[in-house]
Ligand binder design. Sequence first.
Ligand code: ZN
Length: 408
Amino acid sequence: MTILRHTMWCPSYRHKTFPTQIFRKLLFAQDGHQVVVLDQSAFYPGGGGQPYDTGAINAARVTAVSLAEDGRMLHHLEDDMSFTVGEVVAGIVDWPRRLEMLQQHTGQHILSQAFFQLFGAETRGFRIFEQVAEIDLTLDGSQDELTAAIGQAEELANAVVFEDRAVRLHTVTPEEAAQLPLRKETFNTDCVRVIEIADFDWSPCGGTHARRTGEVGLIAVRGWERAKRMTRVQFVCGGRALRDYRAANQTATSVARRLSVGRDEALEAVARLLEEHKKLERRARALVELATQAEAQELLAATPVTPTPRVILRIFDDREFDEVKLLAHRLVADQGVLALLATRTRDLVRLVCARSADLPVEANTLLQPVCEQLGGRSGGKPEFAQGSGTRVAELERAMTEVMASLTR
Ligand SMILES: [Zn+2]
């Protein structure tokens, strides 16, 4: 009794259920879950970048399928089923998952051959993830060149899909394989499983495939990046491509609705909005400058010219720190001024200490104990220093102590 693994997951096998026999039962020591070996199996055990099948054996969920070292296929069961050796059971492959995987996998054959035919680029890696699949290509060029090349390969791949070409499985000897125009090297085995996409691609492969290229559905490139001196292309095929289109369309439509424009005008509308935003930001900055200047003049007018230093202490709530720093700069542009300003939120205080050029005081030395008292740190120069702390409740006391030390 051997596992018919080379024939059972071939493309001609389209039944959702298959009859089989329990050949052996095992218990996995780590977590006690049950594993069964069948006399024949249609489950794909994973490999070549493609995940394993899931499904059921009778009513027991098959959560994973793996290959043992002796080549036997292990069906990992979620439920503790009391199967007996020799019992005839029904294996059920989760068909939506299998279809999704074979669409990505066959799509990869097509896309890889498209890159090879157009640019001589070889596929060095292939992985199917939860949302996307990716291939690593020996393809190089500038950003624009790669964008154009990937677009061309995508066009060719989809043309092959639209032509609905036959996908055929051949089992050949290594000698026969050597005569075929294979895209990649064969493995060193007695017989070689070769997948042919009519008049397009020949590849040795042990995965699951579509019967015709039409079954793959749309092949859509989602994105690409340079990785490990290769070009990594992310793509989605078939049902995934449809879901991806729906999600992208919904995003674009929702953005457009918020901007009160049609979907295809959204990009232009966002560009306009960003431009306006930039203008407003520039205007806001100019207004803050003016307001800060006026505020500084007001504070200076309220502070007597003698004695020096003319100490200005202020605590602000939730004020932008950049604004507070700007105010400090404006204040010390005048003579004999020492400014210690703080802005606080519920759990953070940020402080700035600045002094006029004519004062001998060191702002950084002055600020350091204040920030330490607030449980934080400070840094800067004698003329301008800044810091922060998290003991917000200590702020007023710390400021009062500084004031007292200056007037002593
Ligand atoms: Zn394959």
